[in-house]
Every structure is written in C-alpha cells, then in structure tokens.
Design a protein around this ligand. Structure first.
Ligand code: ADP
Ligand code: ZN
Ligand code: ZN
Length: 723
C-alpha cells in the first residue's frame, strides 16, 4: 500500500488518524489538513506525511485539503508536543490543539502577521475636540499621546477600549493601520547598576547562552530578579534571539509590560487572556516568523514557536497556575525545561519560594542555584513576629496586638494589609439551638455567607441559596455567622478605624475586568489605608506605602491532610510577607496563630523559607513522596456513587500485579461529593519514573476499554499537584 497521512485531531482519543493524501498536494509534518471526520469535518495536524498504513487498514478516507504550504509547527514543537502528550498521558490531538491559537484551528488560510496599530490623526493631535472627550475615550486618546500603540497592548492597559476606538475613528480623531515591522517604541532606557549578586547571576547565565542549563534564581520579593531577567533578555536581543518569559495568571500587570518595553526598547508580544483570538493568532505567527523577539505570557504561552530561541524564563516558578487542571493536564514549567533542552538554551526559574520539585533538582545537581539575598530597595530586612492568640480577647478574630499594630501603622500615614485567605462574610452559618449549619446540598460542605449579596454561596460549585429566616431544622431564629471572611473583616475594621479608607481586594470586589488594576493604581498613592485581601494580593504588585502585613487564619493550613499543604502555606506566608516594606520604609509582618509552637512556623521564623523547604524535603525523601517518588492519580466522577465504585474497582483490577508500584485506593476524593457528582480516585506511586511510565500507557489503554468507563467521567493526572 502507498504511504498515508497520519494526523492528530482535536478529540479526546489516544489515537492518531490515517488518511489518504489529498489529490495533487504534498503535505509535510506540521501542516494543517482539513479531513472528513464522522459526519463532519475537522482540522488536524499532520504528524507523519508518509506513514505505513496499519495492517488491515481498508477504505481509508481521503484528506480534503492541505491548509499550509509549509509546516505551521516546526520540528521542535512537533517533537515536544508528542513528548508532552506521552508524558502527561494526554490525547495527542488535544495536546496539539492546546498549542495552536483557536483562530488557527479553523479551516482558513493564515491571517496576515501585521499588527493592528492605532494612532492619533493630525486632527486628533491638534483639534481641541479631543480635549472634550471623557471616560474611556479620554483614556484612549491619552494612551496614544506618546505615539502609536498596538491593539494587544491597548487591550492590556484599557480592557474596554474597543467601543471608544470605534467612536473616535468615526470622529476622525484616531486611525487604524497594519504594521509589519515591529514598533520601535523608544530607545532602551538604562536600568540601575546591578548589585554584585545580580551581576554574578547575569554572568553565570550569559556565559552559556548557547547551551541548555537550568538555573534557579532564588531571591526574595524585591531582591531584583526582574532586573536580572532584563539584563539577560538584553543579551539575547543583542544576539538577535528570542526570549520567552512566562508569568503566573495574575502577574500580567500593565506595569510589568511597560517596564519591559521601556527598558528593552522593543515591542513585547503579550499573550494574555484579554487578547482577542485573532490577535493571539497574529502574535503567535509573529513569534513563528521570528519578528517577535520578546514573548510574555501565561501558561499556554509555553507553546509559542521560537525558531530563534535564546532564553526561556519562568517567573514565580512555584505558582500552581502553571499546571493545567483539566483537559490536557500539562505543567508549563516542566514543558519550558523540555523546550529549552530541545533548543539548547538556558532556562531560568525565578522564585522567592521555589517549589520542592525545583529544590530537589538543585540538590541533585541538575539545576544551578543563583542566590539574591539583599533587597536593593529596602533599608532594613522585614521583621516577622508571631502573635499568640491563645490568651487574647479577640475582636472579630483579630487580636489586640494586631489591632494596635494596624493603628500605629495608619497613624504614621502608612498602609496595612490584613490577609485572610477566605472570601465572603463568614465561612459558616450556624444554628445556636440545634447545631444545624448551612451545607451545600451538592457538595456536603458548609456554604459561605455573603452579607453584601445577601446569599449563601458554595465556594466549591458556585451554588447560590437565599439566607433562611429561621433554622430549617428546629425553627429557631438564632442563626449566626461563624468565623471571618474578608467581607466581615472589612466591616469590623471600618467600624474600628473610622476615617481610614478600608479597601477589600478579593474576587468579589475585582469582578469587573479592570477593577484590580485601578485599585492597585490608587493604592500606590501615599496615604493611609487598610487593605483586606485574599491571595490575589500575594503576588507581584508593588505598593510602596505598605509597611505592615498581618496574616490571620494560617491555622487552617497547619493541619491539612494534603502533603503539599505545608509547602503551600510557607510559600503563601513568605509571598504575602514580601508585600511589606518595599521602597525606603521598613516593613513588619505579624502572624496570628493558636499554634505558636508549630514546627513549620518555627522553622520559618528561624531560617526562613529555605529552612522550611529543606526540612520538608527531608520528610518527603523519607516517605518517598514527590520529588523523590512519582505519582499518577486516576480520578472518576458520576452522579451515582455506584458507577464510580464499579469503574474504580475494574480500574484497580486492571493494574494487576503491582510489582514496584504502590497503589492507594480506590478511595473517596478529598471532596467525595462536588456539584452533585460523586468522586473517587486511585493513586499509583513508584520510586522510579520509568517504572511508573512503563505501567501508565497500557493501563490507560485498558481503562478506555472498560465497559464501566462509559458511565463515569474519568481522567489521569501525571504528577498531580492536588490529590
Ligand atoms: P523582584 O523581581 O525580585 O521582585 P525587582 O527586580 O522588581 O525585584 O526589583 C525590586 C525593586 O528594586 C525595583 O523597584 C527595582 O527597580 C529595584 N532594583 C532592583 N535592582 C536594583 C539595583 N541593582 N539597584 C537599584 N535598584 C534596584
Ligand atoms: Zn436549629
Ligand atoms: Zn456546592
């Protein structure tokens, strides 16, 4: 038989699909093809243009059209994606679909790669009509004052700019053009003189720009990691090479982009969630043709083509948002390493609180550690103190020590942050007479009282219920909120500190797209304020007047069954503490707890994150947990408990003789019921990764053929980060 096209299609199946080549067209590996599938059509990627057809294959259908004359995905991406699909036990077609922007998965020729650029018309520059505009129009005119701006950048700084742009276009004040050449915003502005530590870090990486080597850039917040990135990107640019810079979901503040653009003097391609699909596709294509020199993006940007790769950076490498939690469950940090190796370039992982996986790699000598100990901006180191809550009279969960520290702070005209990792008013609504409390019927977990919205909301499934007037169980009217959420803390603090602005920052108050940025911008002004916030505040944003951080509610994290809970809590505490005292004012941190003698808190105080991490690593080694042991988690859920149990029993039987594997389960998931679905799981562990992976593929294939598999929703998670 003649060779056939082997194609990856975006379906959740483990197989590739064979087609006869279309008449008269040669396809290459990495090109898109349009093929018949079922009753319809699909766009797939050619993996092998000349595959041996499987024995017994008959009546193959013919592909309809080759969409790309030359491959869209280069050899490196093809190989990396195949590797990734195999490693994370994903469907190959879904892995490929993840890599391509949505607009490129359509059966259309490639869009032009020019950038949509907006600028003021002469009329817009001169007429005083421009000065009469208000609101988003005024903001847009203002943004264009200093020269043309690309649409993707405008979208980042002004999320609601499009309607304004249309109005101004009609009025002849602005114009829209396509530019093929990268914008040259300005001459690069010089950065600060690097400290010795920073210079040493830059020298270490820059010395080996043409071979693969992972580095951990380990430095507290404000120690100048970003300056090191900038210096390294300059080196890559000087060689005409591309840099990929990955940041966590929330870190894409317009101020970061502005800082990069001004310092580097080149256009920054930004791949963020506010980007229209067309713009994303163009940016992706500009990276593919090499005009995009600096690509900044969140998790999925790790799939950007880099034909002229010079450097890959993963900022806040410990951040959980790098792991995709549904569909194709890859880890962007780990994939960044694979790509750096394939390109033969250095990869820099930056963090103040490195993951234990990364520290394990440092320990094993695979990664080189670069330390930044000093904080160039800060005069004195931040002080951390533990507040023992046990003997104190609490006011809404706040101790007198904490309240007087807040009073002193705002008295000095500075800002204080009260950090509580729980939204809403109160985590529980309780009946004082019979002990009934409001549970989500779909999750079996307490519902959170949201006073402002006068609702009970389930934080696990977003179920919303009204607040009962009386106890549904005994009829008593004495229902009362228990515990403190951010909303209740805001109320208590506003009452306690009249005349001081109290600002709550959580998912509720930042629902509107640009709300978070606006609040941050306002808080950068130096006047007293009390911030109440959740982990949204843990990352990145520089508030020069914030000098006190008070952390409440850490106790919940001290007694979790999840083996990663201590690592996460230590990271959170250090990250939140890092908000205090940047610029020229010293900061202090208060940790309020009922367990002042907890070993983790002690280690944190005495030796900082490094001490906690090394004791946690020792513990993990002893128990053969990641990063020393390796895990695969099979999850299953269904409306009926019986279906889940039946599937997991068959899945367990399919494991056979465990050999070097350790098998835990079938067992209920940590949340056995969620959104009305019963959930269970099996955890398979092995000390050796090859042993685990050798077991994985056949098991996965066996699972797909189980009759009980059709009655549940199931998935495999390789290196799961929450069990
Ligand atoms: P990180 O990324 O580690 O949080 P940054 O690179 O953002 O730290 O630096 C924190 C602050 O210190 C910034 O305002 C930065 O401009 C400043 N800074 C960094 N390095 C230096 C230096 N060598 N000299 C003076 N200021 C510096
Ligand atoms: Zn009751
Ligand atoms: Zn629920």
């Amino acid at each position: 038989m003649n060779p056939v096209l082997r194609v990856a299609l975006p379906v959740p199946l483990l197989t590739l699909f064979d087609y006869l080549p279309p008449e008269g067209r040669i396809a290459e590996a990495g090109s898109r093809v349009r093929v018949p599938f079922g009753k319809g059509e699909m766009v797939g990627i050619v993996i092998d243009p000349a595959a041996e057809p499987a024995v017994g294959a008959r009546r193959l259908k013919r592909a309809l059209e080759v969409l790309d004359p030359s491959p869209l995905l280069d050899a490196e991406l093809l190989a990396t994606l195949s590797w990734a699909a195999d490693y994370w036990a994903g469907a190959p077609g879904e892995a490929f679909a993840n890599a391509l922007p949505l607009a490129l998965r359509e059966p259309r020729p490639l869009p032009a790669t020019g950038r949509e650029v907006w600028s003021l018309t002469p009329h817009g520059r001169e007429s005083h009509e421009a000065g009469t505009r208000r609101g988003s129009s005024a903001a847009l005119l203002d943004a264009l004052q200093h020269g043309p701006r690309a649409a993707d950048e405008l979208g980042l700084a002004l999320p609601e700019w499009r309607p304004a742009a249309r109005r101004l276009l009609e009025a002849g004040l602005v114009e829209k053009n396509e530019w093929d050449e990268p914008l040259r915003p300005a001459d690069p502005s010089p950065g600060p003189r690097l400290s010795d530590e920073q210079a040493a870090a830059v020298a270490a990486v820059a010395e080996g720009l043409d071979h693969f080597q992972p580095y951990l850039l380990d430095g507290v917040t404000g120690s100048g990691k970003t300056e090191v990135y900038l210096a390294l990107i300059e080196r890559a640019l000087a060689q005409g090479r591309q840099t990929l810079l990955l940041v966590p979901e929330i870190g894409l503040a317009p101020q970061t982009v502005r800082r990069l653009r001004e310092r580097l003097g080149v256009t920054i391609e930004v791949l963020h969630s506010n980007l229209a699909e067309g713009e994303r596709a163009r940016a992706w294509l500009r990276a593919r043709n090499g005009t995009a020199k600096v690509v900044l993006g969140t998790r999925s940007a790790v799939f950007t083509p880099l034909p002229r790769a010079g450097l890959i950076i993963v900022d806040e490498e410990h951040d959980a948002s790098y792991k995709q939690q549904d569909g194709f469950r890859y880890h962007a940090r780990d994939l960044a390493l694979v790509r750096a190796r394939a390109h033969g370039v250095p990869v820099v992982l930056g963090s103040a609180t490195p993951s234990l996986e990364t520290l394990g790699n440092v320990e094993a000598g695979r990664y080189r550690q670069l330390l930044l100990r000093a904080r160039p901006g800060a005069t004195r180191a931040t002080q951390v103190r533990i507040v023992d809550m046990r003997a104190q009279r609490l006011d809404h969960g706040l101790s007198p020590t904490l309240l007087s520290a807040v009073a002193e702070c705002v008295g000095r005209g500075e800002q204080a942050l009260v950090f509580r990792n729980r939204r809403g008013y109160a985590p529980v609504l309780l009946c004082h007479d019979c002990g009934w409390h409001a549970d989500c019927p779909r999750c079996d977990r307490p519902m959170t009282l949201h006073a402002g919205r006068r609702r009970l909301i389930c934080h696990h499934c977003d179920n919303v219920l009204g607040i009962p007037a009386a106890c549904p169980s005994c009829g008593s009217a004495s229902l009362s909120p228990q515990g403190q959420g951010t909303e209740r803390l805001e109320e208590a603090l506003a009452e306690r500190f009249p005349g001081v602005e109290v600002v709550r920052i959580d998912r509720e108050t930042t629902r509107r797209r640009d709300a978070f940025g606006e609040i941050m911008e306002r808080l950068r002004e130096s006047r007293p304020a009390i911030l109440v916030g959740t982990q949204m505040l843990a990352k990145g944003h520089d508030l020069p007047n914030l000098t006190l951080v008070a952390i409440v509610g850490v106790d919940e994290g001290l007694h979790s069954v999840d083996f990663r809970a201590s690592e996460r809590l230590a990271q959170l505490v250090v990250q939140v503490a890092g908000r205090a005292g940047r610029a020229d004012k010293p900061g202090s941190v208060l940790l309020q707890t009922h367990h002042p003698d907890h070993p983790m808190l002690h280690a944190l105080l005495r030796g900082g994150y490094a001490a906690v991490a090394s004791s946690l690593l020792a513990e993990r080694r002893l128990l053969d947990l990641p990063p020393y042991g390796h895990q695969v988690l099979l999850r299953a859920e269904a409306h009926g408990r019986g279906e889940v149990d039946a599937f997991l029993a068959e899945a367990h039987a399919a494991i056979g003789e465990p050999g070097d594997l350790r098998v835990a389960g079938p067992m209920p998931a940590p949340m056995p019921l969620r959104a009305g679905r019963h959930r269970g799981q099996i955890l398979v562990e092995a000390h050796s990764r090859p042993v685990l992976h050798a077991f994985l593929r056949p098991w996965q294939h066996a699972l797909t053929t189980l009759p009980s598999a059709r009655k549940v929703r199931w998935s495999l998670d390789v290196d799961p980060i929450d069990l």
